[in-house]
Design a protein around this ligand. Structure first.
Ligand SMILES: Cc1cc2nc3c(=O)[nH]c(=O)nc-3n(C[C@H](O)[C@H](O)[C@H](O)COP(=O)(O)OP(=O)(O)OC[C@H]3O[C@@H](n4cnc5c(N)ncnc54)[C@H](O)[C@@H]3O)c2cc1C
Length: 457
């Protein structure tokens, strides 16, 4: 295994469970890739270096089966979205309660999300896998109205709503796609995220994201696997199978001279972007949201109306960025000293941007939580280059391992029915640059490992 992100560890655990001898080489000094926690600001303030909220960290098909010993925190509401009138629209755990919260769009909300929520188990294999070529299973899940919505842009889906509340709620979730909201399938990705909020809730591990990585690593070691940290791989290791939890650029660096020209060419054409600029704060108290409902959610979408979010995502790095904020210590008192808090926030920026977005991110939070700036005890800023320095998979600040537009959503990193296989015998890709893409679900690693096991007979 090259790399110990959630996909690398998922692949390693799957191989070890099947009886293989597994060694994981991780370039960083700690395991976890995008699932790590550190005291980034002050002693006793535990921050998530990358991912913080894990809707699928317990409930993806891979994690569900594993039943890791983790204390999952379930905030009362998955997400809140403050508006300038001092109210907030809330994505509640309850599907009907959320629909009630969008007033005149109640019925439209129930219509748009109802089929996905009620038939989640049919759609889950299509969007998450495991992806092995079994088309009959896909046929079972065909539902024209959901397929059409799933492939839509957010601007297309927003036409179904009239209220600022419903449109903002949709825009906030769709912006996780890191696509312009006019581009497909930004709406589908928003639809999928809203469904996970209702079906599973947006939980996270008590104590921080690192708990999840450590639990995976422990499970691997119990199964006889070995992990070597501080062990950057620069050329292909000798093994019966090599699974690479790396982006195409890194695979080219490690194995480029051995890959057939057509495949290397396709990998070079793989696209990234945009990037993110992230802030971590140690705070003297909870964020003083004008809309009190924001205190019921660990994730807050900060950016105002659908139109404002669309403008921000169309040209990332602008004056009024859409900000994704998490405030885990409101629900997990192990994250900061008594009475103090942690929060992180990021906004999208052009790939590789060197712009300092600190002032613009904090101004957006202050807009909906006056007095916020006075609570900052310390901050830690990470631009695209800092993120990439810690983890070479975060190319130019791209946290999804590659753009997730229609072309690269399922056919990543190349157009192949089984994209985990490379043309080199025994070499497989298993990072978020393979389906189903970014996020902490382990499904890229799980699907890649199942492919190896199938190939090995
Ligand atoms: C700031 C930020 C916030 C995020 N927020 C969320 C969130 O809240 N929820 C969510 O679900 N997802 C979130 N994500 C996305 C999530 O972290 C990633 O999608 C996920 O970690 C991808 O997993 P992976 O295993 O494919 O790769 P990674 O987690 O990136 O792991 C790859 C590992 O491989 C190692 N590696 C690379 N090359 C080599 C080499 N040559 N030799 C040895 N080791 C190597 C790297 O050091 C790294 O540890 C966030 C990401 C970031 C950066």
């Amino acid at each position: 295994m090259i790399g110990s992100g959630p996909n690398g560890l998922a692949a390693a655990v799957t191989m070890a469970r099947a009886g293989w001898e597994v060694t994981v080489h991780e370039a960083a000094d700690t395991v976890g890739g995008g699932v790590r926690s550190e005291e980034l600001t002050l002693p006793e303030f535990v921050h998530d270096v990358c991912s913080a909220i894990h809707p699928l960290g317990r409930d993806s098909p891979f994690f569900r089966d594993l039943e890791l010993p983790i204390d999952w925190v379930q905030p009362e509401a998955p997400a809140a979205h403050p508006l300038d009138d001092g109210t907030a629209v809330v994505t509640e755990r309850s599907f009907p309660a959320t629909a009630e919260g969008v007033g005149e769009d109640r019925d439209a909300y129930l219509r748009l999300f109802g089929r996905v929520v009620s038939r989640w188990s049919d759609f889950e294999p299509v969007v998450l896998g495991p992806f092995l070529p079994r088309p009959n299973r896909l046929l079972h899940a065909v539902d024209l109205s959901v397929t059409r919505a799933g492939l839509s842009s957010a601007t297309g889906l927003a036409k179904r709503f009239r209220s600022d509340q419903a449109r903002a709620l949709l825009g906030g979730h769709a912006a996780h796609s890191m696509l312009p909201l006019e581009m497909r399938p930004s709406g589908g990705i928003g639809l999928f995220l809203v469904a996970t909020a209702h079906v599973f809730g947006w939980g996270f591990p008590r104590g921080g994201a690192q708990q999840l990585a450590d639990a995976l690593a422990e499970r691997l070691e119990e199964l006889g696997g070995e992990i070597r940290t501080g062990s950057a791989v620069n050329e292909l290791p000798r093994a019966d199978a090599v699974l690479a939890d790396v982006v195409p650029r890194e695979l080219l660096r490690i194995a480029g001279d051995k890959l057939p020209a057509h495949y290397a060419h396709a990998l070079r054409r793989y696209r990234h972007g945009p990037g993110v600029f992230k802030l971590d704060w140690a705070l003297d108290g909870p964020i003083p949201w004008t809309a009190r409902d924001c205190g019921r959610a660990a994730t807050v979408h900060v950016g105002g109306t659908f139109e404002e979010i669309a403008e921000s995502e169309r040209s990332p790095g602008g004056e009024r960025p859409f900000v994704l904020l998490t405030q885990p210590s409101l629900f997990d008192d192990s994250r900061a000293p008594s009475g103090k808090h942690t929060a992180w926030a990021y906004c999208h920026v052009p790939l590789g941007s060197t712009e300092d977005m600190t002032g613009r991110i904090e101004a957006q939070v202050e807009r909906f939580a006056p007095g916020f700036r006075d609570l900052i005890l310390a901050r830690h800023a990470s631009g695209p280059a800092d993120l990439e320095l810690r983890n070479r998979n975060i190319v130019g600040g791209d946290i999804n391992g590659g753009t997730m537009d229609l072309r690269q959503l399922f056919f990543r990193p190349v157009r192949k029915l089984v994209p985990y296989r490379t043309p080199l015998d025994g070499l497989y890709l298993c990072s978020s640059s393979t389906p189903p893409g970014g996020g902490v679900h382990g499904m890229c690693g799980y699907s890649a490992a199942l492919t190896v096991l199938k190939d090995a007979g």
